[in-house]
Design a protein around this ligand. Structure first.
Ligand code: SAH
Length: 224
């Protein structure tokens, strides 16, 4: 039986990335804290044995879409138990990651636990995406906006695109059937100032799941 560190390193290698022993220690400690807390607070429904693949490796597929020229400002909208934001912060130590969620209990857990595990370049924010986007500090404010399992594509674009800088990207993590969600959204994307640049399709290592990363470039400031 492989250790979680081995599973993580091997999975990342298949995705084309490397992890340092320190980063691996931080992330496996984070999973352990999540498991313990999850026994009293419902933070995730994913079973413990799938945390490395379905939480860490799945989150880190987004590295395939994220520009290599860090430091970047990244926001994870609807971070929940910290995914994909916390693994991204661990692997991109010079970038700054904002972990946004509408549920205070989750934001508190995620920020506190990430910091305790040595992942310091992340900050929890308790708000809703559509509220944050009305604030000058956050509107058009991020190089990269990521999100997993939060809303269907059209709603997600309304929430995410206003937070991206002009020239920045939105990365929507979707499963099979994403084509149907995307269909007919050209005029919505145009109104929001965005354009689909590419869809990255990748098998999730250690599973039979296929992940689709829809990458939307913000070309202009969108209509309010
Ligand atoms: N991204 C995590 C959690 C998904 S569950 C994961 O994939 O594991 C969806 C999360 O989005 C919930 O924690 C919920 O509180 C949050 N959420 C839903 N709508 C939101 C909004 N408009 N703004 C911010 N957070 C939102």
């Amino acid at each position: 039986m492989k250790s979680e560190h081995e599973q993580l390193a091997e999975g990342l290698k298949k995705l084309g990335f490397e992890i340092t022993p320190e980063q691996s220690t931080s992330l496996v400690a984070y999973l352990e804290a999540l498991d313990v807390t999850n026994r009293s607070f419902n933070l995730t429904r994913i079973p413990r044995e799938d945390y490395v693949t379905l939480h860490l490796l799945d989150s880190l597929t987004t590295l395939l879409a994220i520009p290599k020229n860090s430091p970047l400002t990244i926001i994870d909208v609807g971070t929940g138990a910290g995914f994909p934001g916390v693994p991204l912060a661990a692997l991109l130590p010079s970038s700054q990651v904002t972990l946004l969620d509408a549920t205070l209990k989750k934001v508190k857990f995620v920020e506190f636990t990430a910091h305790e595990c040595g992942i310091k370049n992340c900050t929890g924010v308790h708000s809703r995406a559509e509220v944050l986007a009305t604030m000058p500090k956050h509107r058009n404010g991020y190089d990269v906006v990521v999100s997993r399992a939060v809303a269907a594509f059209p709603k997600l674009m309304e929430w995410l695109l206003p937070l991206a800088k002009v020239g920045g990207i939105v990365v929507a993590m979707k499963g099979s059937g994403y084509e149907q969600e995307v269909e007919g959204t050209e005029s919505l994307l145009k109104r929001l100032g965005g354009k689909i640049e590419q869809v990255i399709t990748i098998p999730l290592p250690g599973t039979d799941i296929t992940r689709h990363l829809i990458v939307i470039r913000k070309e202009r400031v969108g209509a309010a």
